[in-house]
Unconditional design. Structure first.
Length: 447
């Protein structure tokens, strides 16, 4: 009989995973402790913006016309325990307030709430990003609290999905990493992932600590790559070089590669920044802090980008203060094709300029609601054109396609000054300059 799967936590990761498991043919029960989220999902609505996810969900949610009916939702752990053969834990592990370490309380509550309802053999699979050592500890806790005792196994199966590509990354993962303590965990996960395995996704089996480390080291590497090119951008600016050309040229070396070499205002989001910090905190606890001191530098190069963007804006406005200046900000989310504003460099820059007296107006295709909630005191406009109306300077801070397709002449008619600063090195400088704009970007010559 086909495995029955539960997915605990229905954020970007869990909602996508639940819909993807139903797409792969399994009966799925999604659980969240927030009843409003569950009500939305039951109606086939996704509580956030993720391309393709709503369509996928609507193909499977029970009660929706034409849907397979394989996907249902609940707030009851009792129901989840009775239903599932395999339970995926997909809750988040945010940064703790005032500390580098990550907050494990959601993971721990999920395990504690589920365990007493595990009365028959089951596999619990952690997908959340956790400090190394957590899985071993949670396995003991699970064995002690689950009525089925040794018939309940734990596996760790880190998730590498990128927001904006969550559906594709989940259905067609570039690798499946599995940390196990026994053979049953591996067997069951081979069954869960039979379809991507048949498509050729590599399946890499290892112990718990290595699987936990794979996730944090992958994110550290990606962050290092971005901060590397941003450090080169700083040098390029000092030497009047062009970081975009430099990245193109070094990217042809296969060992370096072209991806993740876009200089700009740096990385943000709910993963990269907090994962770096949690990794450093954990290494400290393990007595291996020296191994990761370089990550402190990666973090500070990244945070410097935001301040630098503010200074570049001040400079573009004549070097004085921001008082009385109108600043249009295109982009609020931490990356395009998402509505996520967590630790968004774009909003951080907008907020800093606002706090220094600038009149900031923000527009973002999908992130307006979340941005308003986080920064209610900023000005917001319904379109890019409205945002730039009367602006002394326009900042391009999230590389949405919509912004690349803007017509510089149309925008030029409504701004006070044709000045644009590209914080993502994603616009075509020639196009803007030809339309009479002063175009500047991080790490590129003034021209
Ligand atoms: C990341 C990892 O890529 C993913 O594997 C992991 O599971 C979760 O964290 P995500 O947070 O969705 O995914 O975003 P990602 O695409 O990695 O981008 C992170 C940040 O880096 C964004 O703010 C983006 O704008 C920035 N970035 C990316 C750059 O500044 N330059 C680049 O070249 C690439």
């Amino acid at each position: 009989m086909a495995l029955k799967i539960t997915v605990i936590g229905t954020g970007y990761l869990g909602a996508t995973h639940a819909a993807a498991m139903a797409e792969l043919g399994f009966e799925v029960l999604g659980l969240d402790v927030v009843p409003e989220k569950i009500e939305m999902l039951q109606r086939g609505e996704v509580p956030m913006y993720e391309p393709g996810l709503e369509e996928l969900l609507r193909r499977h949610v029970a009660g929706i016309e034409g849907a397979s009916g394989r996907l249902r939702f609940t707030t009851s752990y009792e129901e989840a325990g009775a239903f599932g053969d395999v339970h995926f834990i997909c809750v988040n592990t945010p940064q703790k307030h005032g500390e580098y370490a990550c907050d494990m309380s959601y993971v721990e509550s999920a395990f504690d709430a589920l365990a007493p309802h595990l009365t028959r053999p089951a596999l619990v699979v952690g997908k959340s990003t956790v400090p190394v050592g957590s899985a071993a500890r949670l396995a003991e806790r699970l064995a002690a609290a689950a009525p089925a005792g040794a018939d309940v196994e734990l596996a760790w199966n880190p998730e590498f999905l990128r927001e904006g590509f969550a559906v594709k990354d989940t259905l067609h993962p570039d690798r499946i990493v599995v940390g196990v303590a026994g053979e049953r965990g591996e067997e069951l996960l081979r069954e869960v992932y039979a379809t991507p395995l048949a498509e050729g996704s590599p399946f890499i089996v290892m112990d718990y600590p290595t699987s936990e480390l794979v996730k944090t080291s992958a994110n550290s590497f990606l962050a290092t790559k971005i901060s590397f090119i941003n450090a080169m951008a700083e040098v390029c600016e000092a030497a009047n070089g062009d970081v975009v050309k430099l990245a193109e040229a070094i990217g042809h070396d296969e060992r370096i590669g072209k991806k993740f070499l876009r200089a700009g205002i740096g990385f943000g989001g709910g993963c990269l920044p907090k994962d770096l910090r949690a990794f450093m905190a954990r290494a400290g606890e393990l007595g291996a802090d020296q191994a990761l001191t370089f990550l402190r530098e990666i973090d500070s190069i990244n945070m410097r980008r935001r301040g630098h963007m503010v200074e570049l804006t001040r400079d573009a406005l004549g070097g004085g203060g921001f008082l009385g200046k109108r600043v249009a900000v295109l982009g609020a989310t931490f990356k395009p094709d998402s509505d996520d504003v967590r630790d968004s460099p774009a909003l951080n820059v907008a907020g800093q300029i606002h706090l220094q007296g600038g009149q900031v107006t923000v527009y973002d295709p999908k992130g307006m609601e979340n941005a308003r909630r986080l920064f209610p005191t900023l000005g917001y406009a319904d379109t890019a054109l409205d945002a730039v109306r009367g602006a002394d300077v326009v900042l391009h801070l999230t590389e949405w396609r919509e912004f690349r397709e803007l017509d510089p002449a149309t925008l030029g008619d409504v701004v006070a000054e044709r000045r644009i600063l590209d914080g993502r090195n994603a616009l075509d400088p020639d196009l803007w300059r030809k339309a009479g704009w002063t175009y500047r970007a991080l790490g590129r010559p003034k021209a």
